[in-house]
Design a binder for this molecule. Structure first.
Ligand code: ZN
Length: 266
């Protein structure tokens, strides 16, 4: 199974990420993607990427997450950071992300949007997919995709929303990342959407933990971890009537297609 979104480079994993990876591998994890959050985390991402590939294949994405768009970070700084990171050939990012718009933070939406658009344009120029973060911002993300005329697809990470919203992203070439939310009884709308996507567009389903955030049901207050990805698979299997093996295979195949990878590439 492949964790398509896991922040193993963040502080909660700083002491024991290697042990976490080994345990996750025992649980059946075969690969994971570490999205970018902030320029200062790139060295950590790179360390894990280089060290972990002996244990598990790790893919990297680069980008600046809306949480880290501070007053002193200009859109031009972000572009400079991305250009510098891409010019070193030690890492080979598979996507631009995690980027997006968050409706629950104080950073003005105009500024978030300016920083998002330059990163989408960067992805467009490099012909890379994007990893999008949303929170009460689907309408604004569609606006940004339109403004930038982005056609490269990618994934809407931690998808929650209606069937109509899901379909609109699918029509634009996106995959949908399902994680902890669907393990909770209260995620009724997203579960309904999952059932719809599973029936109509199973080729667009990805799975993720978003660790250390988004703990699964029964683990509230704990650090989330790629070790628990199997709980997302079990939950999808239970809700769709498919076997866990089928969900594992489906989501892994989809992952390779989404990021233009072949199963063997490290
Ligand atoms: Zn994330």
């Amino acid at each position: 199974m492949i964790d398509s979104h896991c922040h193993l480079d963040l502080d909660p994993f700083k002491q024991d990420w290697e042990a976490v990876l080994h345990r996750a591998k025992k649980e059946g994890l075969t690969r994971l993607l570490i999205p970018g959050t902030h320029p200062r985390n790139l060295p950590w991402q790179r360390n894990i990427f280089l060290a972990a590939s002996s244990c598990l294949p790790v893919d990297l994405a680069l980008g600046v997450h809306p949480y880290f768009i501070t007053q002193d970070l200009q859109p031009s700084d972000i572009v400079r950071f991305l250009e510098a990171a891409f010019s070193c050939d030690e890492v080979n990012p598979v996507a631009i992300g995690e980027i997006g718009l968050d409706g629950h933070i104080d950073t003005p939406m105009k500024r978030q949007k300016d920083c998002l658009n330059v990163q989408i344009q960067f992805a467009q120029e490099r012909q890379l997919p994007i990893i999008l973060h949303h929170r009460k911002t689907h309408h604004l993300l569609f606006e940004a995709l339109k403004e930038t005329q982005f056609e490269g697809g990618g994934v809407i990470h931690a998808f929650s929303g209606s069937k109509e919203v899901a379909q609109a992203y699918i029509d634009k070439g996106f995959y949908l990342g399902f994680g902890g939310t669907i393990t909770y009884a209260r995620g009724a709308k997203t579960k309904e959407t999952l059932a719809y996507v599973f029936e109509k567009h199973p080729e667009r389903i990805l799975i993720e933990t978003d660790a250390p955030d988004m703990p699964m049901q029964g683990r509230q207050g704990e650090r989330n971890s790629p070790e628990y990805l199997g709980e997302v698979i079990s939950s999808i299997a239970k809700q769709t009537g498919a076997t866990k093996e089928a969900i594992d295979k489906l989501s892994s195949d989809n992952y390779y297609k989404c990021f233009g990878l072949s199963a063997k590439s490290l």
